[in-house]
Write a protein that binds this ligand. Structure first.
Ligand code: PEP
Length: 248
């Protein structure tokens, strides 16, 4: 039985004080839950938010991680630094990184490997654009994104990783994949992993991301291969995010 995971992605939003207020509201409002909850916050606020969440079960995550261990990589933040700041998770290959900052499948694989070397759990984001879906390329795109990481890290690395299926056309657009559309791709991803290792496929958490809201979370999370959500916009509102957390 896989534990569910609900992860907020604050993206590049809010001030230090707003982040602290949001984290405090989450810590105070979460109550008893069996699922895990995490928030991926801007690098510069990691230690502030860590302090606010110190006595809560909510885990801390980063939104990216360097593809190199250390050295002359101006502007990058290493996995060692993230571990030092108390991060449990780091997103790798979010579609906004892939499309706006040119992250290739190879770079994403290196980020994944660097995160794991420091004990950070990488959350590998995969998903197709609207064009790719309309050309029936969804599975092909997801295969390429997954295979690049499996080839670099090995299938056993997925014992300590999370996968997030995020159709690009559903991120921040208000268009959610239907429960069945999302389940179809989640099942495909799990089968793809199972072809290499059934044990890992049974264990790996696959989150859905793309306009998850309080009113659609329950249906998505009820699907057999959807183990929780990666939530962007709706994670900036404490009440809404808490409702999503309780939709599992
Ligand atoms: C995301 O940031 O990963 C995301 C899924 O955003 P949203 O929930 O706003 O679509």
């Amino acid at each position: 039985m896989r534990q569910s995971l609900i992860m907020g992605n604050w993206k590049m939003n809010g001030s230090r004080a707003e982040g602290q207020t949001l984290a405090k509201a989450l810590a105070e409002g979460l109550g008893e839950v069996s699922q895990e909850v995490a928030v991926c916050v801007p690098f510069v606020y990691l230690t502030d938010i860590r302090e606010v969440l110190a006595s809560s079960p909510i885990a801390l995550g980063a939104q990216n991680v360097a593809d190199q261990a250390s050295g002359a990589y101006t502007g990058e933040v290493s996995a060692t630094m993230l571990a030092d700041c108390g991060c449990k998770y780091a997103l790798v290959g979010h579609s906004e990184r892939r499309s706006y900052y040119g992250d290739s499948n190879a770079t994403v694989a290196s980020r994944f490997v660097q995160a794991q070397k420091q004990g950070i759990v990488p959350v590998l984001c995969v998903g197709e654009t609207l064009d790719e879906r309309e050309q029936d390329k969804t599975f092909e795109v997801v295969d390429e994104q997954l295979d690049a990481v499996i080839d670099a890290a090995g299938i056993d690395a997925f014992a300590n990783a999370v996968i997030a299926y995020e159709p690009v056309w559903a991120i921040g657009t208000g268009k959610t994949a239907s429960d069945e559309q999302a389940q179809e791709v989640h099942k495909y991803i799990r089968e793809r992993i199972a072809a290499r290792s059934q044990a890992i496929a049974d264990k790996v958490q696959i989150l859905y991301g793309g306009s998850v809201k309080p009113d659609n979370a329950k249906g998505l999370f009820a699907m057999a291969d959807i183990d929780g959500g990666l939530v962007g916009g709706a994670s900036l509102d404490a009440n809404g995010f808490l409702q999503i957390c309780h939709s599992v």
